[in-house]
Write a protein that binds this ligand. Structure first.
Ligand SMILES: [Fe+2]
Length: 455
């Protein structure tokens, strides 16, 4: 990209121009031998010469690093071969979305032994373990809405809970995949209007929906994203018993925006406790402006992604009471949790921070209200830190590693960083030198070989 590129295509966000393969990558330190699988990460990457109108609008590209027996066997990157990549628009002539087209640029997960690239405007796109695209999947025609990029796997049942939102009714639909990948439940959830609902939460018995004031505003499409802050919409969190799909109790909350949930659980009193990275109203407005075509430069983008704070809501479906508490004063994004604790009370959260002058991978300890940081210095930014458990029986919650792709701020180089999750502030256990700068993107997953073998 030239110096005239918009901020979301510059520096560590600059797209790469091609697909490459590299084998036997250099490793500093020692990769844990039990890490046998793939770390996959998705993000927007427009085609060469293409200028996406918004950071969120580029074609999906998945970067993968294959680890086995203490070696980094390969790196490869592949665009998700969507119809959009071939030039088809996902907006039909009548303004509705063609869910078989979307950009598939936000997340990449495994369920029932299959790898899926996700974006909230379309069906999932199935990938092979080598990152070739199989195609969009509507689960045998049963999925009639888009699918969020942030589904949640119940660690006990293995079911995948998710939702789809639309700009025309039904605005919100809850869905559930069985552990073997069959779409078994879909139920409409009544909401006042169409909003950009990016994430949600589950507990062992509830789903939690975030009906927040980032509403569909078609006149904004020219600026890249047809959603904007709407003071009049209000803000609600909805609690739905998983055994009564579609029946939601709503709680009015202070207007705010949330891209990313940390975790949720239902406590012994039946109250739902939700943690998320929350943008207060002024920060939400500033963040949204900074993400778009704001010409203020990369500093604006850095500031925009650095104003959310971990926050807790406690919702009591019996009394109707809702309380809110700020959990920490450090601005963070991309909160993660041990997948085995999704929907259950969890002591630890992980997140990344970028104050513009310095970036860090952060661990929060709810038991002590403590925070430890792995400082990356001023020249490097951290991608989402994914927790990978050790194989030890009866392991402690943080017995495992954090995997994150880091990128030089100028986009020139990247590493796959492996941190000991029990000692986040300590030196990395291992750092794999990747053969290129990997643009900072969105979300990814560690996919163990054993998970793929389940297919
Ligand atoms: Fe996300």
């Amino acid at each position: 990209m030239t110096g005239t590129a918009p901020p979301h295509l510059m520096g560590h966000l600059a797209p790469v121009a091609d697909e490459i393969d590299a084998v036997e990558l250099p490793v500093d330190g020692a990769l844990p031998r039990e890490l046998t699988g793939r770390y996959l990460r998705n993000g927007p990457n427009p085609l060469p010469g293409e200028v996406s109108a918004h950071w969120f609008a580029g074609h999906g590209m998945v970067h993968g690093v294959r680890l086995r027996d203490g070696r980094a066997e390969w790196y490869r990157n592949r665009w998700v071969r969507t119809a959009a990549l071939e030039g088809r628009s996902f907006v039909r002539a009548d303004g509705t979305f063609d869910h078989s087209v979307g950009h598939a640029n936000t997340h990449v997960i495994e369920h029932a032994g299959r790898i899926m690239a996700l974006v909230e405007s379309s069906f999932p796109h199935v990938l092979t373990p080598e990152l070739d695209t199989v195609g969009p999947d509507d689960f045998g025609g049963r999925l009639t809405t888009a699918m969020t990029a942030h589904p949640k796997t119940d660690p006990v049942t293995g079911e995948l809970h998710f939702f789809g939102y639309g700009i025309r009714p039904p605005f919100l639909t809850y869905h559930r995949l069985s552990a073997d990948g069959e779409l078994v439940t879909s139920a409409e959830v009544a909401v006042p209007g169409p909003t950009m609902m990016h994430d949600f939460a589950i507990t062992d018995r509830h789903a939690v929906f975030l009906d927040l004031p980032m509403t569909f505003q078609p006149q904004l499409l020219a600026e890249g994203m047809p959603f904007g802050w709407d003071d009049a919409y209000g803000a609600r969190l909805g609690v739905m018993p998983l055994d009564r799909p579609g029946e939601v109790r709503w709680f009015d909350v202070e207007p705010s925006y949330v891209f990313h949930v940390g975790n949720a659980h239902t406590d012994a009193a039946g109250r739902v406790v939700l943690d998320a990275a929350r943008y207060g109203a002024p920060d939400a407005v500033a963040m949204w402006g900074g993400l778009g075509s704001d010409p203020a430069g990369p500093a604006a983008a850095a500031a925009a992604t650095g104003t959310a704070h971990l926050h807790r809501w406690v919702l009591d479906p019996v009394t109707g009471a809702a309380t809110e508490t700020a959990l920490d004063d450090r601005a963070v994004e991309f909160p993660t949790v041990d997948d085995a604790r999704v929907g259950r009370e969890a002591r630890y959260r992980y997140a990344v921070a970028d104050s513009g002058g310095g970036a860090a991978i952060i661990k929060f300890d709810a038991a002590h209200g403590a925070r430890t940081e792995h400082d990356l210095g001023g020249d490097t930014v951290a991608g989402e830190a994914v927790f990978v458990p050790s194989a030890a029986p009866d392991r402690a919650e943080d017995d495992g590693w954090l995997l994150s792709i880091t990128t030089r701020r100028d986009g020139s180089a990247s590493q796959l960083l492996v941190l000991d999750a029990t000692d986040v502030a300590g030196p990395p256990v291992a750092a794999v030198t990747l053969p290129r700068g990997v643009p900072s993107g969105f979300h990814g997953s560690w996919i163990d070989d054993a998970a793929l073998a389940r297919r």
